[in-house]
Design a protein. Structure first.
Length: 356
C-alpha cells in the first residue's frame, strides 16, 4: 500500500510565505515579478493559483522548491526557512516536494518504469526499494500494465500519469503542479483532476497548482489565490471567491462566455427602451436549488429570465441570472436586500426594448 507523509501539526501552515519579492533583469530593465507576497498554505489542502499569462504564477511556484531564488522575504516549510538551508539541506528538502509539468518532461528513450525510477536511481536507493516504490506508484496511477512501454506509445493523459508517478515515487509531502492539464483534452483533464483529488485525500499531500483555467480551480481546489502583475489581489475558499469576486481581474477571469441574448443590450435607455436588464448572483450553503420566486420577489414586477447558470462548489450552490424587468423606474438602491442573504451580487447591466 502506498502511504507517506509525516505527522504534522495541522494548526501550523505547511507553507508560510512572508514578504516575498522576486526581480528579474530583462533587457537591462529590472522587472519586479513578485511583489511582497504573503501566503499561508495549510497542510493537506489543494490550493490553486490563477492569473493571466505573465502574472507571476510560475515564478511563485518555482520559488517554493528553490528552482528560483528570492530577493527578499522568506519561505518556510514546516517553519524551516529554505533560504537559510545549506546546499545539502536544500537537496534533502527538495525531495519532499514533487513537481508535475505541463509538457510531461519524460525521457523518450526510457520506458515508463525507467522514467519513474530515475529520481530514486539518482538518489542512490537500493534496487529492491526502487522496484517496490515504482510498482506502488504505477499501481496508484493505473499504469502497472504500461511499465515497459515508451512515452511515444502513450496518450497525453497516460504521459501525465507517468509524470505524476515520477513526482510521487520520492514520497513527497508537497506536490507542485505547473499547468498540469492545459495540454490535455477534456476527458483526460477530468481524469487527471480526479487522480490528483484522490492523491490528496488518500495520501494527505499538500497540492499547489497553477492554472489559467477556472474550471480546474472549481473542480478540485479548496482555496484559490488570484495573482495579477506579481501581487496577490484576492484569496479565499473557492465557493466564496466564485460567488462574490471582489477584484476586476477575478471578475474578468470568471466572466462567462458571451451571452446570446434575444435583444441588443444598451448601456443607456431612450424612448424605445422598455426593460432594465439585471445580473444577479446568489449562493446557498446547501446543495438545494433556491426557490426563484422567493429569490426574486423583492422586485414586485413581472420578471423575464434570459439566462441562468448553476454550479455546485464545495457543498455550495452558486448561481447567476440575467433577468429583464418591465419597469424603468425600478431602483435597486431602494430595495431591502439585507433580507436576501443568498444574493451576493446585483447590478443593472443595461437596457433593452421589448422582445414581444
Amino acid at each position: 500500500m502506498v502511504s507517506f507523509g509525516s505527522q504534522v501539526d495541522f494548526s501550523v501552515p505547511h507553507l508560510k510565505i512572508r514578504g516575498l519579492n522576486k526581480f528579474y533583469e530583462v533587457q537591462g530593465q529590472r522587472l519586479h515579478a513578485l511583489k511582497d507576497i504573503n501566503l499561508d498554505i495549510p497542510k493537506a489542502q489543494i490550493v490553486g493559483i490563477i492569473g493571466k499569462s505573465g502574472a507571476g504564477k510560475s515564478s511563485l511556484l518555482r520559488t517554493l522548491n528553490g528552482l528560483e531564488s528570492i530577493d527578499t522575504g522568506s519561505i518556510l516549510i514546516h517553519q524551516q526557512n529554505i533560504a537559510e538551508l545549506s546546499h545539502a539541506e536544500l537537496i534533502k528538502t527538495r525531495q519532499k516536494i514533487g513537481m508535475i509539468f505541463q509538457h510531461f518532461n519524460l525521457m523518450s528513450a526510457k520506458t515508463v518504469w525507467e522514467n519513474v525510477a530515475l529520481p530514486l536511481r539518482i538518489a542512490g536507493y537500493a534496487k529492491a526499494e526502487i522496484e517496490q516504490r515504482v510498482s506502488d506508484v504505477l499501481t496508484l496511477v493505473g499504469l502497472e500494465a504500461k511499465r515497459n512501454d515508451y512515452p511515444a506509445q502513450l496518450s497525453g493523459g497516460q504521459k501525465q500519469r507517468v509524470g505524476i508517478a515520477r513526482a510521487l515515487v520520492s514520497q513527497p509531502e508537497i506536490l507542485l503542479c505547473d499547468e498540469a492539464t492545459s495540454a490535455l483534452d477534456p476527458e483526460s483533464t477530468a481524469n487527471i483532476l480526479a487522480l490528483l483529488k484522490q492523491i490528496n485525500q488518500d495520501l494527505g499531500l499538500t497540492i499547489v497548482l497553477i492554472t489559467h483555467e477556472m474550471q480546474v480551480i472549481q473542480e478540485i481546489c479548496d482555496q484559490v489565490i488570484v495573482i495579477d502583475h506579481g501581487e496577490i489581489v484576492e484569496a479565499g475558499q473557492v465557493w466564496s471567491v466564485f460567488s462574490n469576486p471582489q477584484q476586476p481581474i477575478t471578475q474578468e477571469l470568471l466572466k462567462p462566455e458571451q451571452l446570446n441574448l434575444p435583444f441588443e443590450l444598451s448601456q443607456t435607455f431612450d424612448q424605445h427602451t422598455t426593460h432594465q436588464i439585471l445580473k444577479l448572483k446568489y449562493v446557498s450553503e446547501s446543495k438545494s436549488v433556491p426557490d426563484l420566486y422567493e429569490l426574486l420577489n423583492f422586485i414586485k414586477h413581472p420578471v423575464q429570465v434570459y439566462h441562468s447558470q448553476i454550479n455546485t462548489i464545495q457543498q455550495h450552490t452558486i448561481g447567476s441570472l440575467i433577468v429583464g424587468i418591465h419597469n424603468l423606474e425600478f431602483d435597486l438602491n431602494n430595495q431591502p436586500l439585507e433580507k436576501h442573504h443568498t444574493i451576493t451580487q446585483l447590478e443593472v447591466i443595461g437596457y433593452a426594448q421589448s422582445t414581444h
